[in-house]
Design a protein around this ligand. Structure first.
Ligand SMILES: [Ca+2]
Ligand SMILES: [Ca+2]
Ligand SMILES: [Ca+2]
Length: 446
């Protein structure tokens, strides 16, 4: 028998069913599927957001409210956070004089986090920070002077190279930067001084940096300098947002719009072999915003903006076989994670190297904004929602008390024991739709 974690597993005995709280083992760190909210820092509003996840899927970075906002003089009370399973959500503090902070990315070891910090009433003086578990939070400065604005957007796998953008002095043009221990903050060699540029992501080995110059994506390497990737599409020609790179440096993703517009917004994916390929707009969306890509470029995550309701956003997951799918539908319909049904998942923001751990920020069942983490099973893993007794077969042992529990659409079963309630599509009832899933998965026998 192949063991794995099953949240709903139980075994049948002569006297009833015993729930198995944790049936474990094997070789994968995160068997999945699982979904969890990541909590909130004490103090201030009850709200958190996740923006980045380490390549190994262990550590999450983002921010949470930890202080009451001072709407007169500031600060506003938000604080960069780091999360892992062992420590839970942990505040990272702020910079001296800039207590409001937000984290955007985390290195592979989980011990280096980057983002920005500011003082509420001096927003032009936001500063890129690099936090380590040894040194705490350090101000990365602004090129050569101590006046200006900077944001750290991404960090290499080893934590030693940081990229972002900065504006020197009190005016001027945004410029992409690379920061390293040995050099401090530097311009990317070969980049034009105008128009404005940003560096929004970096490959795992730090050799490939991506971003945009004006509205054009670029790919920068130490040897070649910037490679400007040109017009994205005849119609959707420009990008206005960050672009993101796979860990291996091969694949770049972002969003494209027609010149001079902001919508509709189409996702794109670039590789050396194929150039730009647009990600088709799903029927329910008018905007696709890719935000992260797995190590080999095979999985893209981000969020869509709905066609009908303004600013109604949903996380998506893309792969070449299935195209863009609503992540909430995947979690419920394919993996049976019924607890997701009461969430509004909102924004997908980050993905692990293997494409299976995804983070974002939405609204939890209590109505509070909360960071979340979804873990998907290995590709091809058999997910049998109707296998209620966890024996890797869907047979008549899983067809429980149909008289009491099969009660028709929208009716909640009242007289059947909870463990016999097989709501396989997570809509609160046990009806013929659930029975249809049972039939599909039926393997026969007893
Ligand atoms: Ca709080
Ligand atoms: Ca079974
Ligand atoms: Ca149902």
């Amino acid at each position: 028998m192949k063991w794995e974690t099953r949240r709903h597993a139980r075994v049948k005995t002569t006297t009833g069913y015993i729930w198995l709280l944790a049936v474990m083992v094997p070789n994968t760190a995160f068997p999945g599927p699982t979904f969890e909210g990541l909590g909130d820092l004490p103090g201030g509003f009850c709200e958190s957001e996740a923006w980045g996840i380490s390549e190994d899927g262990i550590t999450v970075a983002g921010w949470s409210w930890s202080g009451d906002p001072d709407l007169g003089d500031g600060p506003l009370g938000f604080e960069a956070m780091r999360w892992d399973r062992d420590t839970g959500i942990q505040g990272l503090g702020g910079l001296p004089g800039r207590p409001d902070s937000r984290a955007l990315d985390v290195a592979a070891s989980g011990t280096v986090v980057v983002g920005w910090a500011r003082w509420a009433n001096n927003t032009s003086e936001s500063r890129a920070f690099r936090w380590t578990d040894v040194e705490g939070m350090t101000d990365l400065g602004v090129f050569s002077s101590d006046v200006g604005f900077s944001i750290a957007a991404a960090v290499s796998s080893d934590g030693n190279t940081v990229v972002g953008w900065a504006r020197e002095g009190t005016s001027g043009v945004w410029q992409a930067f690379r920061w390293r221990h040995s050099t401090g903050m530097q311009h990317l060699t070969g980049m034009p001084s105008s128009p404005a540029s940003v560096a929004s992501d970096i490959s795992a080995d730090s050799n490939v940096i991506v971003g945009r110059v004006g509205n054009e994506p670029y790919r920068w390497t130490e040897d070649l300098g910037p490679e400007f990737l040109g017009v994205i599409d005849d119609v959707f020609a420009e990008t206005r947002e960050g672009v993101f790179v796979s860990g291996d440096g091969s694949t770049i993703v972002g969003s494209a719009v027609e010149a001079g517009t902001i919508e509709p917004r189409i996702g794109f994916r670039w590789t050396r072999a194929e150039g730009f390929v647009l990600l088709p707009l799903p029927s329910f969306a008018r905007g696709v915003h890719p935000q992260a890509v797995s190590y080999d470029g095979s999985v893209v995550v981000g969020y869509t903006v709905d066609d009908n309701e303004y600013y109604w956003v949903r996380p998506f997951i893309w792969d070449n076989a299935t195209g863009i799918r609503n992540l909430k539908d995947v979690l419920i319909q394919e993996y049976g994670l019924c607890e997701v049904a009461a969430w509004s998942l909102g924004y997908g923001r980050g993905v692990s190297a293997d494409g299976r751990s995804i983070v974002g920020a939405g609204v939890n069942p209590d109505g509070n904004g909360e960071a979340w983490l979804a873990r998907l099973p290995e590709p091809g893993a058999a997910i049998l929602l109707a296998d209620l007794d966890g024996d890797d077969a869907v047979d008549l042992d899983d067809f429980l008390e149909p008289d009491a529990c099969l009660c028709g659409p929208d009716a909640t079963p009242q007289s059947c024991p909870p463990e016999a309630f097989a709501d396989l599509d997570c809509d609160g009832d046990q009806d013929l739709a659930d029975f249809a899933r049972f039939q599909v998965e039926f393997t026969g026998g007893m």
